[in-house]
Ligand binder design. Sequence first.
Ligand code: HPA
Length: 303
Amino acid sequence: MTAAQTDTAGRYPENLYQAVQKAAAFVRDRLDGRQPVLGLILGSGLGDFADRLSDAIAIDYAEIPGFPASTVVGHAGRLVVGTIEGVCCIAMQGRVHMYEGLSARVATLPVRTLISLGAGTLIITNAAGGMHSEWQPGTLMLITDHINLMSDHPLRGPNDERLGPRFPDMTRAYDPVLRDRAGDVAARIGVHLERGIYIGLGGPTYETPAEIRMLRAMGGDAVGMSTVPEVIAARHMNARVLGISCITNQAAGITGEVLCHDEVTETAARIRAVFERLLRAIIAELRAELSPFDRPENQLDEE
Ligand code: HPA
């Protein structure tokens, strides 16, 4: 491996396609016939939802070949596969972030594995800072689009056409149909949903007030340190994405208070019941239309 091929973590799955296949095969062997059709990525403090899945099995990331381990408090770091509202889901209970020292390419191996296992629709959630003074902590925001200000890109490096195209379209990164459905469901069950643009930064520092002013001027509504690489990898593989941010705090400089991770996890814990109700209702709404994603690689010979 030459220096140019080495990622920031000193690891570079030269053949990403094979890395995904290997991880997916390992997980598939443990599923006892369960066939996930919906992927869930549960952000900071939101991971408890995976405990609601019935007839579930859990696999620690550390066991799965090639999977990076999650090191952040509030992120359990395991895959949970089970059923809720009649839908077989595969949930990432906790995610990995680039600030843990991973390249975007490595950090998105888990989401690619979910998709390869059949989860062609993903609900990606996160904790985020809100950039509107009217948005109280605990507000939920449907992500309509994102701005990528992260320092690495999950598709940097050689492209494997079996995973997706070299230059994927990002016009409808957050599926407009899923967004409408989620909006209708939220209105029906009386959960208030804001809509807005998520800006992804590398972290792990929170932003300065000056940076927040810049991000607002750019058109952002919420800011966080995840999601963007996962959505890019998902769109690369042609999966559909619904994104939901839990506004856990007002972004730096909006209130004059200092920011801390405890506030993030505490707010997420406080709105857990509402978040769970919304997620359940969205999953029930989508039930009839979900079927295993037929990825082209599953029809090809094993390498
Ligand atoms: N900034 C960045 N990431 C975050 C924040 C924030 O204010 N809150 C939760 N994740």
